[in-house]
Design a protein around this ligand. Structure first.
Ligand code: 1CP
Length: 341
């Protein structure tokens, strides 16, 4: 079906657009009362993720409520480790937790990977198909995955962490095992994302949420190499690479085989432009906390952001929106972009 609003797709493909497109990372979720009401009636987060018509419903909620230029499929990056054989739990108010973790090569040998693992995620593909049908071409639909390194970090650490020191220790002490796991994750992610595109995803975003905790040399060896392989393996949709806090890798992303470079809020627009050039499509990068400001300040800061990137820019935050962000602030942000000319 032809898209009625294809602004994001055109911008991602490098076209000059009448205004920049806008959406928010983590827009489908706890900022919306509709989401909280539905979520409260369920047994937990996983029930929502694994029930395709409900995942589709919360994917569309921000399109209805905020009038953003894209929908992002409601899911989580941790469905991949689970499909490979490492199940996760989402502990209320705490976040993800893995009852079993990866510590040795034999733990890795027990995992399944590639197409065989990806096929297990039929509930995600079904959610995409339903969403696509219900959106009826209103806006493009974004599919996503964590990067191999960010997923390895959770699989070894067993939960979220400020430092991910167990995961980093694994890279230093068992580099061969790490590469083996990263290879298996890459194969699974490529199969998974191509199946997502087949099921209706118009664009793909790769989240390297923990890229910035690696040293620059480690980043090259354990993350960027695999992200490149994935970008080269995805067919039929533009790809955004969002490597949080990995500002040191910007020179590598200049000619990287992806369409869009996602920027976190610590990266000054001019700094990014100097390295990436004027024509590289960038996405970002307002501080999520600026949405706590008053309406006037939000409007001014949003216009300044658009001005600073000077085109080839997809407006977004520099990371996911926080759950207690006032909806009025989010709306002021979106509406300022939409009225930009
Ligand atoms: O109770 C709830 O509703 C759980 C909160 C929640 C939500 C709404 C989690 C738990 N995941 C999600 C959905 C989700 N996760 C989306 C939905 C689509 C959207 O963007 O609107 C997306 C894209 C993700 C991706 C994700 N999950 C990332 C990468 C993006 C990022 O924020 O850096 C990461 C790191 C995760 C892991 C995860 N899942 C949930 C939490 C609380 C976390 C982070 C834990 C940690 O801090 O380590």
């Amino acid at each position: 079906m032809k898209l009625k609003n294809d602004l994001l797709l055109r911008a991602a493909n490098g076209e000059v657009t009448e205004r920049p497109p806008v959406w928010l990372m983590r827009q489908a979720g706890r900022i919306l009362p509709q989401y909280r009401a539905l979520r409260g009636s369920l047994s937990g987060f996983k029930e929502l993720v694994e029930t395709p018509h409900l995942a589709a419903e919360v994917t569309i909620q921000p399109v209805d409520e905020l009038d953003v230029d894209a929908a992002i499929i409601f899911s989580d990056i941790l469905v991949i480790p689970e499909a490979m054989g490492l199940t996760y739990e989402m502990v209320e108010k705490k976040g993800p937790w893995f009852p079993n973790t990866i510590q040795t090569v034999s733990d890795i040998d027990r995992l399944i990977s590639g197409e065989k693992a990806a096929k297990d995620l039929e509930y995600v593909f079904e959610a995409l198909r339903i969403t696509k049908k219900e959106l009826a071409g209103r806006v493009p639909l974004i599919g996503f995955s964590g990067t191999p390194w960010t997923l390895l970090a959770y699989m070894v650490e067993g939960s979220g962490s400020k430092t991910f020191s167990k995961a980093k220790k694994f890279l230093y002490t068992q580099p061969e095992a790490a590469h083996r796991l990263l290879d298996m994750l890459s194969d699974t992610i490529i199969a998974y994302l191509n199946m997502k595109v087949e099921a209706g995803a118009d664009l793909i975003q790769l989240f390297d949420s923990w890229g910035g905790i690696l040293s620059p040399t480690q980043y090259q060896e354990f993350s960027l190499k695999y992200i490149r392989k994935i970008c080269e393996g995805i067919q039929g949709a533009p790809v955004t690479v969002f490597a949080k806090n990995a500002w040191f890798a910007l020179p590598d992303l200049k000619d990287f085989p992806c369409n869009v470079v996602g920027l976190d809020w610590n990266t000054p627009p001019q700094y990014a432009r100097n390295i990436l050039g004027e024509k590289r499509v960038v996405q970002g990068n307002a501080d999520p906390c600026f949405l706590y400001s008053n309406t006037k300040d939000i409007e001014n800061a949003t216009r300044q952001l658009i001005h600073d990137f000077a085109g080839h820019h997809i407006v977004n935050l520099g990371h996911g929106v926080y759950p207690d962000t006032p909806l009025d602030g989010v709306k002021a942000f979106v509406n300022t972009v939409k009225s930009f000319s």
